[in-house]
Each structure stands twice: as structure tokens, then as C-alpha cells.
Design a protein around this ligand. Sequence first.
Ligand SMILES: *Cc1c(COP(=O)(O)O)cnc(C)c1O
Ligand code: SF4
Length: 336
Amino acid sequence: MITASHAARLSLPGADWRTLWREAITDARELLTLLGLEQLAHELPTEDAGFSLRVPRGFVARMRHGDARDPLLLQVLPQLAETQQLAGFSMDAVGDMAARSAKGVLHKYQGRALLIASGSCAVNCRYCFRRHFPYGEEMAAAGQWCEALEHVRQDASISELILSGGDPLALATGKLEELSRGLLEIPHVARLRIHTRLPVVLPERIDTAFIDWLKALPLQKVVVLHANHAHEFDSGVDEACARLREAGATLLNQAVLLKGINDDADKLIALSERMFAAGVLPYYLHQLDRVQGAAHFEVSDAQAQSLIEQLRGRLPGYLVPKLVREVGGDPSKRPL
Ligand SMILES: *Cc1c(COP(=O)(O)O)cnc(C)c1O
Ligand code: SF4
């Protein structure tokens, strides 16, 4: 854990989530110094290829001091291995460019439309497809929901709208209100799903204004979190999850299987058990999207399947996530 002298730089008690967002660490050397790992600075890549380090201080406070293999640190620290160009790892690994049906909407699967509600995230996860996707232009930016909502309105087969990104909770609650006003005028939409990592990496985002909005929404609500390791949960995350559940949301989690971070049955079991203690059920365990710069995180399908078998033998069925891969052109995520 972090020493007392560093704690002051990692917590800003009572600060609003936007302040905490702005105060995130973006300098790899500062991060290493806070963790007592200055000696690793010479291993950092010299250029960030447009996807710089970014991590909220509260998430850093959950990293172990002095541990270069810390599973939270490894998710955010730029590595030299990212600069390798490898065959089979592309810029648009999941075929998102082909699936656009209106500005900011991805409609790949029956009944569900996914809205790129924001291009920003509070954290930059090194394995993320977002490192290459030009979401800056693509997102239904600055409240320009018209075209996206029109697409949903025109297609009565869509019963669920998924807000994704980036992180949709990067939007101010007022923007979400604007969006939900438009959504509520579409009678065939029964469910709103939010894909977000913010309750985990910046739980202060789940503030009273947000909860009031969510609670008042006359739709079925699902919030799909993204945590990869049990250490990502702390009392702040527990509280955010409790508030989301009180507001009527079903809580699920998707994790990505990551070499050196959670590619171990004990770690995956600890993650399932810890998230369930916070009221969250495991949903998907994703095989990595094969994006350039993420190859060093890849786990083989054979190992992934063996891990899931071990989980099945040791956990109740409801704590075993579905192991899937996203394959462009498929009608759903592909089970392994
Ligand atoms: C993953 C994804 C969904 C949601 O799929 P589920 O299997 O329902 O979780 C919907 N739309 C797109 C474009 C997706 O990539
Ligand atoms: S929070 Fe999700 S979308 Fe954002 S960088 Fe991490 S993995 Fe990518």
C-alpha cells in the first residue's frame, strides 16, 4: 500500500468528480515516484503513440507500493512492448468501422443498439481498442443525439439501448438527462444499459445528481462495470455499487483476460467473489481484442478455456463468467 507521505497526493477528500478527473495522473514518472518505483523510469517508451498514461489518483491508491508487477499498475503503465508491430494485431480489431449505421451508433446485434456516447475515459487501459479508434469524431458529440436516436426510433426491433464509449459517464449528468428525454419518447425501448469503468476507477462519479437521474428513469436499467482484478474494489467502489443498486440497476461486470494480471484461476476466483460481495455478477470474460500494441497481454485460447474449467470446478455457476471473443461480422459475441 501507499505510504502516508504519498497518501496526500492520492486523495482529495470531498472533491467533485470533475476535479478528480482533471487531477488524474498523466505523467508516468510521477506515477512511478508515487509508488516508489523510480528505477523503472528508464524502461518507459520514449513516445506514447497518441495514447498517453492516464489514471485517477484514487485508483493509484489501490496499487501496492514498490511492486512493479502490481496488477492495477500493469493495466495503465505504458510498456516498450506496445511499440512492437505484430502480424494479426490490427487497428480496428472488432470491425467497428463496418458496423456503423448512423453517427455514433453501432448496430451489430439483434435488438440492441450501442451508442458511442463519449470518446473520453478517466483511465487509459493499455489493452484497449480505443487506442486506435477515432472516437473523437465518431461519438454522438456534445448532445448531437438526433441522428442516433432517429436510427433507434426507426427500428422497432431495438428494445435495448447501450451507452458505451469511451465511457458514457464521462458526460455530465445534464447531458444524460437530455439523452434520456429523447429515449423515453421511443416506445419500443424497454432497457437502458450503461457500459462504464467509472464506478471502479472514479467511484465519486456516482454522485447524488447521477443517482437521482438513474432512479427516476422509467426503464429497466443495467450497468455493466469493467474490473479485471479483485484489488480494484475498495470501500468507495462498494458504496458506488450499492447506490447504483438502490437506484434500480442490475450490476454486471465484464473483465478482459490479461497476461500477468488475471491469467490465473485463483485471481479470477478472487475477482468473482469480491465483485459479488459488492453486489455485482460476472458477465463476460473477454479474450483480448487483437489491437496493435496489446499483444503482450494476450492469453492463448487453450489456457483461457482451462482457466474457465477450473472456475467451473471451484465456484457456483453464477460466479463463472462467459468466456467470449468479439469477431467482426458475428451475430453475437462468440463463446469459446
Ligand atoms: C458487445 C456489444 C453489444 C452487447 O452484446 P451483449 O452480448 O448483449 O452484451 C452490443 N452492440 C455492440 C456493437 C457490441 O459490441
Ligand atoms: S475504460 Fe474501457 S474504453 Fe476506456 S480505456 Fe479502459 S478499456 Fe478502454
